[in-house]
Design a protein around this ligand. Structure first.
Ligand SMILES: C[S@@+](CC[C@H](N)C(=O)[O-])C[C@H]1O[C@@H](n2cnc3c(N)ncnc32)[C@H](O)[C@@H]1O
Length: 219
């Protein structure tokens, strides 16, 4: 898989441990493997894609929480939307928000070809606006786009989330740079992690899985 972020500044886990974890995690469906292959052929970089360990973590969270309505910020080529849709019951839905036209078109094609595509609704446009137009209740929110504004999406998503529902935020260690944040993204993500940690409306566990996953539960 081609990468564009390069070498982590602080390794979160040893690469051998990452590889071992991945090898011992349930493999993706053939459909998802095809999506990875075609995304890799079509795009210069695909390291934005959540990957097997986070993808399978999402699937297990969807199943054990009994989630039926999922909101995703950041579709990219549709990997995590399809992974979560695979874990949903037949009447479940993933609403996924994406502003990049090229990614929307690729994702739409993957959803059309997918066995679970009928469970996925892609809302094109800037998620900062789209999220404000939603007034339905969600059981799980996957926060994986627009890293500078994680705190904004947290505030928007919390009222939409049922009591006991989950917000799963990816890349919350940002290659370890949250320890000494210098650039805007590292600062925004570090602020988000601090804000969540101080918020009495939620409980959370920040796991050093891949690039960091914060699993937040609404009390
Ligand atoms: C890390 S990728 C998502 C990866 C995807 N969840 C997966 O596992 O394949 C982040 C995505 O968020 C999108 N994005 C960034 N800012 C956005 C915004 N303000 N509104 C909507 N989409 C946005 C980017 O275009 C990109 O496709």
């Amino acid at each position: 898989m081609k990468k564009h972020r390069g070498k982590p500044i602080v390794p979160i886990t040893d690469t051998r441990i990452d590889n071992y974890s991945e090898e011992h995690t349930t493999p993706e469906s053939e459909e998802i493997k095809d999506l990875i292959r075609s995304s890799d052929e079509e795009l210069e970089y695909i390291d934005m894609l959540s990957g097997r360990v986070v993808g399978q973590l999402l699937k297990i969270l969807v199943k054990i929480s009994g989630a039926k309505r999922i909101l995703e910020i950041g579709t990219f080529t549709g990997y995590s939307a399809i992974m979560m849709a695979e874990a949903l019951p037949e009447d479940g839905t993933v609403v996924t928000l994406e502003m990049n036209l090229r990614y929307q078109n690729i994702a739409r094609k993957h959803f059309e070809d997918s066995r679970v595509g009928h469970k996925i609704q892609l809302i094109p446009g800037n998620a900062q606006d789209s999220i404000k137009s939603l007034n339905e209740e969600f059981d799980l929110v996957y926060l994986d786009g627009d890293k500078l504004r994680y705190s904004f999406y947290f505030e928007q998503a919390l009222p939409l989330l049922r009591k006991g529902g989950l917000i799963v935020a990816d890349n919350v260690l940002w290659d370890g740079t949250v320890l000494e944040p210098e650039d805007n993204k590292a600062k925004a993500i570090a602020d988000f992690n601090r804000k969540v940690a101080e918020d009495k409306r939620v409980e959370q566990v920040l796991l050093p899985v891949r690039d960091g996953v914060n699993i937040i539960r609404k009390l």
